[in-house]
Design a protein around this ligand. Structure first.
Ligand SMILES: Nc1ncnc2c1ncn2[C@@H]1O[C@H](COP(=O)(O)OP(=O)(O)OP(=O)(O)O)[C@@H](O)[C@H]1O
Ligand SMILES: [Mg+2]
Length: 527
């Protein structure tokens, strides 16, 4: 999957999660407002309508009494009574509807309500509370129906008696039945009013409970959203950046010329493609490097004999074998000789480093005195030491430090380290050389007050052909092979090198080498 697609999906998931959370908050709040509107307004409206009914009942009573007072014709007197009866009837039907009605909300609210109940039925949180007053109100309704039926019937009967001039029967009906019926209807309506009020309070409490729950749900959803977003973000960044450390390791390996690269975790996006391309590139580099090494060793080999001839010829000329030479010519010969020596040294280094590659070093152990070896090297290097007026201080734990090593190779080691110390030091500074015996090991230290090595380059100076940036800057010649050769020889002897350096202050190399081959083998130092 492409990086772009992966990022798109992660953002999509985050947006989807936020969308769901937002939707749920809307459901909660809508639910709260609709139930408030539905329940509370239903009861308030019913209470108002009951007071109106009580008023109508009083009007009915007055109209009924007026029918019995002599005066106008019975038709005229009963008209008002009929209207009041009908009004009460109509209003009562309406009131019953109001009391029982489930307010019809909009389609959206109905859908949201369904979702709300479905979700909460899972949590068993919002079981509708049994409302104790519901049944009582229902009973009262039925009783009002019965009593109102009787009143309706008896008043109409009274009217019929009055039309038939049976005033005594009508009056009897009024006094014995209608009066008490009206009274009980009044009481029933008042009780209904009371119960509706109580039901309203229960519902308000219920609303308050839902409001509190909504508050928790909102806070909970917000916290959950933050946590989910963190988890998604962490997961996505982990997935995307997972192959990068492996890639970085690979780059570091190539930087120190190790071209054997296998990147295990390859993602299926552009980073994976990059890793694949990088592997291919390092394979090509390895081939090129092998070709380069082969070419170089062949070339240096070919250079050896002409350089030998130059050396010989110079020597002969110097000794006046080609005729007497003047001072000027002698100076030129010295230049030729010096440069020839440099070239030969460089070629020896190249050839040695090529032959040491992959740890293929054959050592010829023999007893030797390391103190003597150092002194010989110092004599050999004395021209460059004197040229820079460098003071060499020596500290040996004994006049002779006897050991068993490959003398020629150890000479190469000491020579490389001391010449480095001289090369990278300013004129007039000091070099400290010390040898200590710490049975069964020999410790050799070479410390200078030179330019030092930048901290971040320390791990690389033992690599083939590596030269630190500050060394390159000060136009000191070199191939960067010396320390590589040193490290290979020391390792072949079962020893190790510690390096301490502070840029601008100086460098200290510390070699710890087993005294003999037997010790190196017994100590398990030979790898
Ligand atoms: N004593 C030292 N002081 C400061 N830098 C050093 C010292 N020894 C080594 N280095 C750094 O380590 C690098 C590698 O050393 P190395 O001896 O391999 O190469 P070189 O001296 O530059 O060349 P070569 O030894 O092949 O002539 C040097 O180029 C230099 O940057
Ligand atoms: Mg060197």
């Amino acid at each position: 999957m492409k990086l772009k697609t992966k990022l798109f999906f992660s953002y999509f998931i985050l947006i989807l999660l936020s969308g769901i959370a937002l939707f749920w908050l809307i459901v909660e709040i809508r639910q709260l407002t609709t139930s408030l509107r539905t329940h509370v307004s239903k009861d308030v409206r019913s209470i108002i309508e009951i007071s109106q009914q009580l008023q109508i009942l009083e009007d009915l009573n007055t109209a009924y009494i007026l029918v019995f007072i002599p005066g106008k014709t019975i038709r005229q007197k009963s008209a008002k009574l009929e209207t009041t009866l009908n009004t009460f009837d109509k209003n009562w039907l309406q009131l019953k509807k109001t009391m029982q009605a489930n307010f019809s909300n909009g389609v959206l609210d109905r859908v949201l309500n369904r979702i709300y109940l479905f979700v909460y039925s899972w949590f068993d949180l919002l079981r509708p509370k049994e409302n104790l007053y519901e049944n009582e109100i229902h009973d009262l309704n039925e009783r009002v129906d019965v009593v109102w039926g009787k009143i309706n019937r008896d008043i109409r009967q009274s009217l019929r008696y009055l039309r038939q001039n049976r005033a005594a029967d009508a009056r009897y009906l009024r006094d014995v039945r209608v009066k008490s019926e009206l009274q009980s209807l009044r009481q029933l309506l008042a009780t209904l009013n009371h119960q509706l009020g109580k039901r309203g309070i229960v519902k308000l409490n219920e609303m308050a409970r839902i409001a509190r729950k909504t508050q928790f749900v909102i806070i909970g959803t917000a916290i959950l959203m933050v946590l989910l977003s963190i988890i998604v973000a962490l997961f996505v960044s982990w997935r995307l950046t997972r192959p990068i450390p492996a890639l970085k390791d690979a780059v570091n390996k190539v930087a120190i010329q190790n071209f054997d690269i296998r990147i295990k975790q390859k993602s299926n996006d552009e980073i994976g493609e990059l890793a694949e391309a990088f592997e291919q590139m390092s394979r090509r580099l390895k081939e090129t490097e092998a070709y380069k090494s082969a070419m170089l060793s062949q070339f240096t080999h070919e250079m050896k004999s002409p350089l030998g001839s130059i050396k010989q010829a110079t020597h002969l000329l110097e000794n006046s074998l080609g005729g007497k030479i003047n001072t000027e010519q002698s100076r030129f010969l010295a230049i030729i000789k010096g440069n020839n020596e440099n070239l030969q040294k460089m070629i020896t280094n190249i050839l040695h480093s090529a032959s040491y590659e992959g740890g293929r070093i054959k050592l010829y152990y023999k007893p030797m005195d390391i103190v003597l070896l150092i002194k010989q090297v110092l004599i050999y290097l004395s021209p460059m030491i004197q040229e820079k007026r460098i003071e060499v201080r020596m500290q040996f734990s004994a006049a002779k430090v006897q050991c068993e090593m490959d003398e020629d190779k150890m000479k190469e080691v000491v020579q490389n380290l001391i010449s480095n110390a001289v090369k990278f030091s300013d004129a007039g500074t000091t070099i400290d050389i010390s040898v200590k015996e710490k049975f069964p090991l020999v410790i050799l230290e070479i410390k200078d007050q030179g330019i030092g090595i930048p901290l971040k380059e320390l791990p690389y100076v033992f690599e083939r052909m590596y030269r630190a940036a500050n060394a390159k800057k000060i136009s000191v010649k070199g191939t960067g092979l010396g320390l590589y050769i040193v490290s290979q020889i020391v390792r072949a002897h079962g020893g190790k090198i510690d390096l301490e350096s502070v840029e601008g202050q100086g460098t200290r190399f510390r070699l710890t080498i087993p005294r003999s081959k037997r010790i190196a083998e017994e100590g398990g130092w030979l790898t």
